[in-house]
Design a protein. Structure first.
Length: 201
């Protein structure tokens, strides 16, 4: 039988990881050390080392915490435009309004050389891709999509474009952009009879 985790140990880890997220946001990945987390929280370095014997383990657990949003099931009621607007609106808000928007570039950079960070990104993207795939699959089941719609490419585009725009190009993610992005995806996916352009106020 597996011994249940000690609630005190769980609480200690949560406090430490919350502090690590704040350090990541304000000082970057190099600022996350056992010493800095100890200074932020009052948790002794020896305790931190028991939880995270290596610095990479501590940083990667902080990355995982940042990359794990509340579980949200994709909306698939239709039509495609409404479902995409809802789901990508959540992504836009996460990049604009949560710590993930500032931490994501550091996780991506770390993933280029660190296997654990790569695993964090892979898990994160697998969940996001599955959510967008579910939206397109539901639209296809409703008969909304072209027979030869490049669904896989559209799923990747739906997710990749906001990250490129925000983190690489340094351009804003706002509701005007969201409308344009969803318009483009729908033009490439939907049967002509179903295509509509959302009117702006």
């Amino acid at each position: 039988m597996t011994k249940p985790d000690d609630p005190r140990q769980i609480a200690t880890r949560n406090v430490a990881l919350d502090a690590a997220l704040e350090v990541l946001r304000h000082e970057g990945v190099l600022g996350v050390t056992h010493a800095s987390i100890s200074a932020q929280t009052g948790i002794s370095r020896s305790t931190l080392y028991r939880h995270w014997p290596s610095l990479d383990q501590l940083r990667n657990d902080a990355f995982k915490r940042a990359a794990t949003p509340p579980s949200i099931s994709p909306r698939t009621h239709g039509p495609l435009r409404a479902d995409l607007s809802w789901l990508l609106g959540i992504l836009m808000a996460a990049l604009n309004e949560t710590p993930w928007g500032k931490i994501a570039p550091q996780v991506i950079a770390a993933a280029a050389t660190d296997r654990e960070a790569r695993s964090v990104i892979d898990g994160f993207m697998t969940e996001r891709i599955a959510s967008v795939e579910a939206v397109f699959a539901a639209a296809d089941a409703r008969g909304e999509l072209l027979p030869d719609a490049p669904t896989r490419e559209l799923v990747e585009m739906a997710i990749a474009v906001p990250y490129f725009r925000k983190l690489i190009a340094g351009l804003p993610l706002d509701h005007e952009w969201l409308d344009d992005h969803v318009d483009m995806l729908c033009r490439l996916a939907e049967k002509p009879a179903r295509r509509t352009t959302k009117k702006r106020q």
